[in-house]
Design a protein around this ligand. Structure first.
Ligand SMILES: N[C@@H](CCC(=O)N[C@@H](CS)C(=O)NCC(=O)O)C(=O)O
Length: 204
């Protein structure tokens, strides 16, 4: 039995942690806690994540929640090339992870909900369009960064790329136009095609 449990169905923010575990080649158990069926609110699960949200992990008794923190922890724990080895590089990985959560996640989720996830009669196209508009500035920051090296930190894929791309995958599903951001468009397609990203999406 694996010592690492990842709580949360792939069709949720748990996808981020599942993608990371697959990049690292970890042996893990995916506990299919779902945000929609009450399983995230049971006393057993609240003992893992008192917020009643997914994802969370239990790594041999060490419990951690918040998707970005989980990924930074797993990359560091496993001494992976996915976490830059310098203090500055690690700080940049944290910077991009905070950035995507504060500047990108909310509008990306609004677009996803109102163009894809909600039933058609619950969608508000004005909200989706406003959210797409809010994404223009962060997308332009990202595009400029990616124009130099093709990745967020240095010249290889790191936890920063994984964390940012996993959030931006919502914008792609929500049909946010990326033609004005050619570096983002190419980089995002490349990240989401990685075998670990595909395996995580298709896992049970
Ligand atoms: N900031 C948290 C957000 C977690 C979150 O909101 N997860 C959603 C599923 S994608 C959830 O569990 N929702 C259930 C609820 O809010 O009751 C993270 O990134 O891990």
């Amino acid at each position: 039995m694996s010592n690492l449990k990842i709580y949360g169905v792939p069709l949720s923010r748990a996808y981020r942690a599942l993608w990371m575990a697959n990049e690292l080649g970890l042996d893990y158990e995916n506990v299919p806690i779902n945000f929609a069926d009450g399983s995230a609110k049971t006393p057993e699960y609240l003992a893992v994540n008192p917020n009643g949200r997914i994802p969370a992990i239990d790594d041999n008794g060490f419990k951690l929640w918040e998707s970005m923190a989980i990924n930074l922890y797993l990359a560091k724990k496993h001494g992976s090339v996915l976490l830059p080895k310098t203090m500055e590089g690690e700080a940049e990985a944290i910077q991009w992870s905070f950035w995507v959560m504060t500047e990108v996640e909310k509008p990306a989720l609004t677009v996803l909900l109102h163009r894809f996830f909600l039933l058609e009669n619950k969608r508000d196209s004005k909200l989706a369009d406003e959210a797409e508009h809010q994404l223009q500035k962060p997308l332009s920051v990202l595009d400029q960064r990616l124009a130099t090296t093709g990745y967020l930190i240095g010249e290889t894929f790191t936890v920063a790329d994984l964390n940012v791309a996993s959030v931006l995958s919502w914008a792609r599903i929500g049909g946010v136009a990326l033609s004005g951001f050619p570096h983002v468009d190419q980089w995002l397609a490349g990240c989401l095609k990685r075998p670990a990203a595909v395996r995580a999406r298709n896992s049970t």
